[in-house]
Design a protein around this ligand. Structure first.
Ligand code: NDP
Length: 289
């Protein structure tokens, strides 16, 4: 039976370390990191995520600036807000909750955010820095996966990592981070052939697909590490991952549950990137926590 990686506990420990660091920054230097969160429109899921981010900031002592904008806002007005936040010395991180309404170019907004305040790691500058192996801000979810594996002492060097999913926010940056950790990486997607066979060859599987329990236990090599990024809402309202947890746990050596695995790490890494950004701004060491 696999060891279950407790993302809730690990995320809580990281958040506590960050809280202490922010307290130290306030007492020693007289300032605190600040995160601006911009939400456009009334998407209920986005509102929940934004509220969680805001509460997490407050608990860590990070200043949070909240901008709730109407769904019919013009792109130009949103860009003006981003430019103001870029110039605001009290704001060290800027996050625009996605998705944006279809009349606004997500690309234009993400590119307008200063790369040095881009704590989501989505700006092309940060994507490039990650791909040359010198990340400034890594996207929070794959960064959270790396932290989980690091805390659990799982060595990735020379391991075969199979990432299922190639999105810009999870799959691709996940592959880059795994490469930087000296893993051999295979990235799969909807046109990959023989997905079960590819997954069976993995020492480490990262599932980021968005299909409930698609990855079956008999796809998992005996002793493999299984990381389930998937968060799927079922018709009864409950959540489940992309991995069939019960059967996969019988073969894996380590496994993350979903919910309670990678999910809590995303916000912890957002806070970590915000503190890192503030430290960078003030010329302090970037080692946080
Ligand atoms: P996307 O929909 O952007 O990407 C899904 C990927 O899965 C695509 O690359 C797609 O391939 C691939 N895919 C779809 N169907 C198959 C299939 N049958 N076989 C193989 N590959 C397939 O999703 P995200 O990357 O944004 O998210 C993935 C999952 O992770 C979701 O469940 C999401 O909710 C969750 N998530 C969780 C987070 C958290 O815990 N904090 C944060 C972000 C995401 P193709 O490119 O060919 O279409």
């Amino acid at each position: 039976m696999a060891h279950i990686i407790d993302g809730k506990r690990i995320a809580a420990e990281i958040r506590e370390t960050l809280r202490q660091d922010v307290q130290w920054l306030r007492e020693q230097h007289g300032w605190v990191p600040g995160l601006a969160v911009v939400i456009v429109g009334n998407d209920p899921a986005s509102k929940v995520y934004v509220r969680m981010k805001r509460q997490a900031c407050e608990a860590a002592g990070i200043a949070s600036f909240h901008y709730e904008l109407p769904g019919d806002i013009q792109e130009r007005d949103l860009l003006n807000l981003i430019h103001r936040l870029n110039a605001d010395p009290g704001v060290h991180g800027i996050l625009t909750q996605l998705p944006l309404p279809s009349h606004i170019s997500e690309r234009a907004i993400l590119e307008a955010i200063s790369p040095f305040k881009d704590v989501d790691g989505f700006h092309p500058y940060n994507v490039g820095m990650l791909s040359i192996g010198e990340p400034l801000f890594a996207p929070c979810t794959p960064f959270g996966v790396m932290e989980l594996l690091r805390v659990e002492g799982i060595d990735l060097k020379s391991k075969h990592v199979v990432v299922v999913g190639r999105s810009n926010i999870v799959g691709k940056p996940m592959a880059m981070l795994m490469l930087a950790a000296h893993a051999t990486v295979t990235v799969c997607h909807s046109r990959s052939q023989d997905l079960p066979g590819l997954v069976r060859s993995a020492d480490v599987v990262v599932a980021a697909v968005g299909r409930p329990r698609m990855i079956q236990g008999d796809w998992i090599k005996e002793g493999a590490v299984v990381v389930d990024v998937g968060t799927n809402r079922l018709s009864d309202g409950s959540l489940c991952g992309d991995v069939d947890f019960v059967t996969a746990a019988e073969r894996a050596s380590y496994i993350t549950p979903s919910p309670g695995g990678v999910g809590p790490m995303t916000i912890a890494m957002l806070l970590k990137n915000t503190v890192k950004s503030a430290r960078r701004e003030y010329g302090l060491s970037l080692q946080v926590g």
